[in-house]
Write a protein of this length. Structure first.
Length: 580
């Protein structure tokens, strides 16, 4: 028999001595002010854990507590509840049987939601209690927009004749919210935001159209047979980005903002003429998500505290390095959040400005009108700043102005495209930056990568192959660790990974290293850097994450620059090694 009468969960918790009456009174007062659910207030206040609350509800209501991370759900069954109602009632249909529908709910005491779901499903409803975060992940995984995208693409294709496209008609249609091209692009953006894609690629091929989305650094592909719709999509996107719709022979760059459900998204648009039309790539910047905090980036606590201490120094230069897409800008913005205080005047010079921050003076360079990094930097120094962020050290002029600013009492933060902290100095010397200037101004170098997390829903112990075993042994002298991998599930789109974390190395410039820099002795510098206090190379840090089961050995090997040093013969000599 399912619970239908109102349950006073707070009183039950007090009666069973799970929480005290005083804790309940505090939580009820907060609930009255905020309007949040009582259970969430109790958990956020630390009075009990989420699993503790859900287990208690399960026993009191005589319903199962189901861990969705390991539940084999059927997508068609889940879709018995439309997405809008699933999100509204925090409910997911799990199993269809002769007795009715098993529905997992984050709050099974919600009588109104229960009645609405029973009326919607037109079947008896059996309840289970599930974690809210897992429920929302299930909804995101199942209610993808791929079918919707295919449907709108077919609808748009039907509207276009096999002959030439009427440009004026398309321009007029693009202003209508119910036009197929508008609905198609809206679905593409909604799907991308839902799966947390960083980029969308629209690529015309000879007979098909490929829409690819970069998730956790890896592209996922959706192929459409409606090749003829490419021109309509590109035209619509050019209109949104303020580009020249008649120019198809040259690359163009633009930018626009859109609202996707509850997300404000900035889109950086790039078009490129290719063999079968124009390719479009869009970088998505979700402004609603905001700037990440430094403690959320995955930095080990000891390294994070050292980094915070460095950026709080009154002057000097701190560089964050790594290849494109390694999260350098995210790290710098997280640092700016800490430094963004009323007593600090902060100026940023960026190309482009990615996130808008209050109290910070952000300047976007524009080479077409002569507003270069060097010119803005010189002007910025006359604006009485305490802290300057330079988006990238692109050339000798920018590097030298930045270093001189660091020598004259400013804290300068910037990025450089190098593989690790040690090669950063070589790169700067190659840019003809004087060694004495580096020795005097450079405070620290952070090198970083992003590695994919093992999906916690399908994680299982991993068996290392010969090559991975050899690499681990070459780095550590042993093959020990809690090595894991993901077998693939709906949550991770069968990739075995979900989300990414940062891997960092931090090199602080001490007196010995500074002396080597003054002499521009790169060999001595590298030797001293490897022996510097607290310095841990990127590959060892990544391997430590793999040994803890956070990522895989394959991801750690991808970070390392010397995987090829392990010979095939050496690899075969170790054989397969199971997780320790």
């Amino acid at each position: 028999m399912q619970p239908r009468q109102k349950v006073r969960i707070g009183d039950l918790l007090v009666e069973n001595k799970v929480i005290s009456q005083g804790q309940l009174d505090v939580a009820l007062a907060e609930q009255k002010k905020s309007g949040r659910k009582l259970g969430k207030v109790l958990i956020e206040n630390g009075y009990l854990g989420e699993d503790e609350l859900l287990t208690f509800l399960s026993k009191q209501l005589n319903i199962p507590f189901i861990d969705l991370r390991h539940y084999k759900f059927d997508a068609d069954t889940v879709r018995l509840i439309p997405e809008i109602q699933a999100r509204r009632f925090r409910a997911v249909a799990l199993k269809l049987s002769e007795r009715g529908v098993l529905v997992g709910m984050a709050d099974p005491t919600n009588i109104f939601a229960y009645d609405e779901l029973a009326a919607l499903l037109k079947r008896p409803v059996e309840l289970a209690v599930v974690r809210e975060a897992d429920l929302l992940r299930t909804i995101d995984a199942v209610y993808r927009h791929t079918e919707q995208i295919t449907g709108f693409a077919e609808q748009l294709s039907d509207e276009l004749t096999a002959g030439d496209i009427d440009m004026q008609e398309l321009v007029a249609a693009a202003d209508l919210a119910d036009a197929p091209v508008v609905k198609l692009l809206q679905s593409v953006f909604e799907d991308a935001v839902q799966i947390k894609a960083s980029d969308i690629h629209i690529e015309p091929d000879e007979t098909v159209l490929r829409i690819r989305q970069r998730v956790d650094g890896v592209l996922q592909e959706h192929v459409l047979n409606e090749k003829r719709i490419v021109q309509a999509l590109v035209l619509r996107l050019k209109l949104m980005g303020g580009l020249d719709i008649s120019e198809k022979r040259l690359p163009q760059d633009g930018r626009f903002s859109i609202r996707v459900k509850d997300h404000a998204v900035d889109v950086r648009l790039s078009t490129m003429p290719v063999q079968h039309g124009e390719s479009v790539v869009m970088r998505l910047l979700d402004q609603t998500a905001g700037v990440k905090k430094l403690e959320d980036l995955g930095m080990p606590e000891a390294l994070r505290k050292r980094f915070e201490a460095v950026i709080h120094r009154p002057h000097g230069m701190v560089l964050v390095t790594g290849p494109t897409g390694s999260g350098k800008t995210t790290t710098l913005y997280a640092a700016l959040q800490i430094l963004n205080q009323p007593e600090n005047k902060i100026i940023t010079v960026e190309d482009p400005v990615e996130y808008r921050l209050s109290r910070i003076n952000q300047v976007q360079v524009n080479a077409e009108i002569g507003l270069t990094f060097g010119r803005v930097l010189r002007s910025a120094l006359r604006q009485d700043p305490d802290i300057i962020l330079v988006g990238e050290m692109r050339d000798e002029e920018t590097a030298e102005i930045g270093l001189r600013a660091a020598l004259t009492g400013h804290m300068v933060l910037s990025t450089l495209h190098t593989n690790d902290a040690i090669s950063t100095v070589t790169r700067l010397l190659d840019m003809h930056v004087p060694g004495y200037m580096l020795a005097s101004a450079l405070q620290a170098i952070v090198a970083q990568r992003l590695v994919r997390r093992v999906c916690d829903a399908c994680a299982e112990p991993a068996r290392l192959d010969a090559r991975a075993s050899a690499w681990v042994r070459a780095k550590t002298g042993r093959n020990e660790g809690r090595f894991m991998h993901g077998r693939g599930c709906q949550y991770c789109n069968n990739t075995g990974y979900r989300g990414r974390i940062g891997v960092y190395e931090l090199l602080e410039i001490d007196e010995g290293i500074a002396t080597a820099l003054t002499r521009t002795d790169s060999v001595e510098f590298a030797a001293l850097a490897h022996r510097a206090a607290g310095f841990r190379p990127l590959d060892l840090v990544a391997l430590e994450d793999a040994a803890r089961g956070t990522t895989t050995v394959e991801e750690a090997m991808r970070v390392s620059a010397d995987v090829a040093d392990v010979s095939v013969a050496e690899a075969l000599s170790f054989g397969d090694v199971a997780a320790g």
